[in-house]
Design a protein. Sequence first.
Length: 102
Amino acid sequence: MDYTDIDRDDFRNLLAEIGKTCMPFGKFGPNFHPPKGVPIMDLPPEYLAWFKERGFPKGQLGELMAQVCEIKDVGMDLLFDPLRQANGGRVSIRKRQPKSDF
């Protein structure tokens, strides 16, 4: 999608849809990041690039992931900050290290 051809309301709707979509499968899905999985706007760029090379999932999820990938590729990740703030902040995808007694 060329962002110069999208009107403001359509772009707002696209961002709202991205903001409420979480990864439903894989290592960023609910099995590893309960209860809903990682929001697609917080997926690592490397993960999105992997899908870009091999093909995004079919349907709306794939279309939204492709848009997130494009937005991140052009350095506009900050565009998602208001959505993150409304949802309680960026979701951490780092594995937590067990606490040691040392």
